[in-house]
Design a protein around this ligand. Structure first.
Ligand code: G1P
Length: 293
């Protein structure tokens, strides 16, 4: 029987340079889409997949992320005095219960693989999910829940994948594809950010993973890969052949919120999914004729 998936690691140590000056004194994961910060979407998606234990891999200047999931007593007391029950409920949904959130610090920017290795004590001997909060997925079934289901089916590593334009393969981890049933894709190989001319396919990994703890063994070697960083993709590649490894073509639309255009598109797409906002958003979009969303 597969061990149940209960843990998630959220790497949030990045500097957010693509969003300067907004991120000069603020964590990029606190940027809101409509009215919720990116990090909260990630935590809610994880919860919907059965995750109970969270580990944030943080760095300097990220305390707001931890505070966001804590009680805000003064604010709560004021809202209670003013009988703002609905707003209070909104705040309650942001807290994580005592003992269920841990943080570790990634003191040096050595890459995503290194960030995950920093969470090794939290991961222990259990399967775990990784969510990169920059990547948002709008879908009927939350993306991580789809991966968790595939993990229960296959008992091995599962990464969320989607086809990208060939000229973008150098931005992603790319799959070398084995058996492909259209939904689940057997992973034969993995390459981090290959040049389009060297890429084995245009099927790329987005920021959702369910991994077995064995990946920590490969990570502990601290081999440097693309960009001189310790790459998670390279460590995952070392597990191929030893444990089942699949890509899942998830249902949904992904937004790269680490990029200005992706972030702006996410604002519109998520607002259009909100019954309280959609009619007005549709109305104001008419003021920009010819611009399809
Ligand atoms: C990371 C991973 C890459 C993956 C991507 C998804 O890259 O290294 O394999 O495809 O996330 O967003 P980064 O975006 O941190 O450069």
């Amino acid at each position: 029987m597969n061990k149940p998936l209960r843990k998630a690691v959220l790497p949030v140590a990045g500097l957010g340079t693509r969003f300067l000056p907004a991120t000069k004194a603020m964590a990029k994961e606190m940027l809101p889409v409509v009215d919720k910060p990116l990090i909260q979407y990630a935590v809610e998606e994880a919860r919907a997949a059965g995750i109970e234990q969270f580990c944030l891999v943080t760095g300097r200047g990220k305390t707001a992320l931890i505070d966001h999931f804590d009680h805000a007593y003064e604010l709560e007391a004021t809202l209670r005095e003013r009988n703002k029950a609905e707003t209070l409920r909104l705040l309650e949904s942001t807290t994580i219960s005592p003992g269920s959130i841990a943080t570790v610090r990634q003191q040096v920017p050595l890459g995503l693989g290194h960030a995950i290795w920093c969470a090794r004590a939290f991961i222990g001997d259990d399967p775990f999910a990784i969510l990169l909060p920059d990547d948002m997925v709008l879908s009927d079934t939350p993306c991580l829940a789809q991966l968790a289901e595939a993990y229960r089916e296959t008992g091995g590593n599962v990464v969320a994948v989607t086809e990208v334009p060939w000229e973008h393969t150098n931005r992603y981890g790319i799959l070398d594809i084995g058996h492909d049933d259209g939904r689940l894709v057997e992973v034969k190989g993995l390459v981090e950010k290959p040049d389009p001319k060297d890429a084995p396919s245009n099927l790329s990994i987005i920021g959702r993973y369910v991994l077995l703890p064995h990946v920590l063994m490969a990570l502990s070697r601290m081999d440097r890969g693309a960009g001189g960083e310790v790459q998670l993709t390279d460590a995952m590649a070392k597990m191929i052949g030893f444990t089942p490894f699949h890509g899942l073509r998830y249902e949904g639309k992904r937004f790269d919120c680490g990029d200005k255009i992706g972030y702006l598109e996410a604002q519109i797409a998520f607002a259009l999914k909100r019954p309280d906002l959609a009619p007005q958003v549709r109305e104001f979009l008419k003021k920009y004729p010819g611009d399809e969303v």
